[in-house]
Design a binder for this molecule. Structure first.
Ligand code: GLN
Length: 505
């Protein structure tokens, strides 16, 4: 593997600026790596080889003229296949959108283009972002680069695996209940769910609009900050987008990397941990807490009693919104159309197309959502879930009145075996226990690698949560912890991942 691939995006920016590498050479190195390992990892659903090289050549030409478009101009990126891209298919991991090429770019994709980042391709995901393992993709699962018999997390397993396998220095994901942070945790990468509204959702094919958020998937905290700085900000095309800009997140990350956390108050969420959590996860989490203390932070325990109901509330709110969102896939305007024999009515065509086009998990959630929204049940289920949501928001408000950030392990376990939880949806859902509260309340969260669990040698994620609009705190504290951990390890965690040389051959 080319040494170039191991560099962070921030390091690549410097090499590009110094003229030591070209964007074309860098992009080609990524494409070569994809050719080498992606037959095994299957992080990508679509590879934009020619397009990416042309975009890289344009970046190199701009650099010669001294006309850079953004700090990340020339650094290649992979994009989750739930974000629309002109000229590249957008399937959302579903058969119902196989071959669909959108006529418009998601705002974040437009910002990548306007920032000069070559787009390597589209990454694999659970169908319509429903899942925690990427096994619900209609195009086959993605493998975890640490152990290819294990899941890379989900729904954004493709973006996380692409970054963990050094196929791409940067990726974009989306997080409705943890789909950026949980894949980050189990692949040893960094993933951020920004404050709801901090990044435009325009062109993000909606699963649950009130929960969905686009965010960065990277190998370092600073890289995530650079990416959120680039794609964030107000968008008139998204009515839920925040009117004001956040402070520079890259500045916050650089400040944090100095490692001084004196005066910071950290709250450990009592309800997220303990019985049922993998011991190796808890051990690494506790060690990180000690590092935070050594850096001057005060660590206290905080109770968020309503968090125990978060999973139940999420699995009502999300399917309700999803069942409504997915109604538009009716074979009439675009997407798969199956015409039954005989003299089928429009409804027969819709039924046959949706039956053939959606997978089991999507159908399960459509049925769940439709049931919970039906008259007579609406108050008992959907309205109650919304009340729980308010209670969770109040727990966050009360906690943030006492502490600056909240922390927990990102996920209760490390990566499980492919197939292990596929027939047990509830067991799969439980992987999101720690990530879901942030989506229900709209607050931002980051997951960064905290080391490898003793039992299985697999990555453990450390989650930091901050109040809405205080994304800079995640980056400051995250960069501090990352610097302290790397000082202990002597190198980034991912340098210990299997090399996968020649994996596809
Ligand atoms: N794993 C969660 C689910 O299945 C979260 C998915 C997501 O964040 N898109 O719904």
């Amino acid at each position: 593997m080319s040494d170039l691939l191991k560099k962070s995006a921030a390091e690549l920016v410097e090499l590009l600026a110094a003229g030591e590498i070209s964007s074309v050479a860098l992009t080609q190195a990524c494409l070569d790596r994809i050719a080498e390992v992606d037959g095994t990892i299957h992080a990508f659903l679509h590879i934009n080889a020619e397009g990416a090289i042309a975009e890289a050549a344009a970046s190199d030409a701009r650099r010669l003229r001294g006309e850079l478009l953004s700090p990340l101009d020339g650094v290649p990126i992979a994009v989750k296949d739930v974000l629309t891209t002109i000229g590249q298919p957008t399937t959302c991991g579903s058969k119902i959108l196989e071959g669909w090429i959108p006529p418009y770019d998601a705002t974040v994709v437009r910002k990548l283009r306007e920032g000069g980042l070559p787009i390597l391709g589209k990454t694999n995901m659970d169908e319509f972002a429903m899942g925690s393992s990427t096994e619900h993709s209609a195009y086959g699962p993605t493998a975890n680069p640490w152990d290819i018999t294990r899941i890379p997390g989900g729904s954004g397993g493709g973006s996380a695996a692409a970054v963990a396998a050094f196929e791409a220095p940067l990726a974009l994901g989306t997080d409705t209940g943890g789909s950026i942070r949980q894949p980050g945790a189990v692949t040893g990468t960094v993933g951020v769910k920004p404050t709801y509204g901090a990044i435009s959702r325009y062109g993000l094919v909606a699963m649950a609009n009130s929960l969905d958020q686009v965010g960065p998937v990277t190998r370092t905290v600073l890289d995530s900050a650079l990416l959120q700085d680039l794609v964030g900000g107000h968008d008139p095309l998204d009515s839920t987008s925040l009117p004001e800009a956040l402070p520079s997140l890259a500045d916050a990350a650089r400040l944090g990397a100095a490692g001084d956390l004196s005066g910071l108050k950290v709250g450990v969420i009592k309800e997220l941990g303990g019985e049922g959590w993998q011991p190796g996860v808890i051990t690494r989490f506790d060690e990180s807490l000690e590092l935070l203390k050594a850096a001057g932070a005060e660590v206290v325990e905080v109770s968020c009693p309503s968090f125990v109901h978060a999973l139940a509330a999420y699995y009502l709110v999300m399917p309700c919104e999803a069942s409504s969102n997915l109604a538009k896939f009716d074979a009439m305007r675009y997407g798969l159309r199956v015409t039954p024999s005989g003299d089928p009515s429009a409804e027969d065509v819709m039924r046959a197309s949706r039956d053939a086009g959606f997978g089991d998990e999507v159908k399960r959630r459509i049925i769940l959502g439709t049931y919970a929204l039906s008259s007579g049940y609406y108050d008992a289920y959907y309205a109650s879930a919304q009340k729980v949501r308010t209670l969770i928001q109040r727990d966050f408000d009360a906690a943030f009145a006492q502490v600056d950030v909240l922390v927990s392990p990102t996920a209760p376990t490390t990566a499980w075996k492919l197939g292990e939880k596929l027939d047990d949806p509830l067991a799969m859902y439980k992987g999101d226990l720690a990530t879901i509260p942030a989506n229900l309340a709209g607050v931002p969260g980051i997951s960064l690698p905290a080391g490898l669990a003793d039992e299985d040698g697999l990555p453990v994620g450390f989650q930091i949560l901050a109040p809405a609009r205080a994304d800079d705190r995640l980056y400051r504290v995250g960069a501090a912890l990352e610097a302290l951990l790397e000082k202990q390890w002597g190198a980034p965690l991912l340098s210990q991942a299997p090399a996968l040389e020649g994996a596809s051959k």
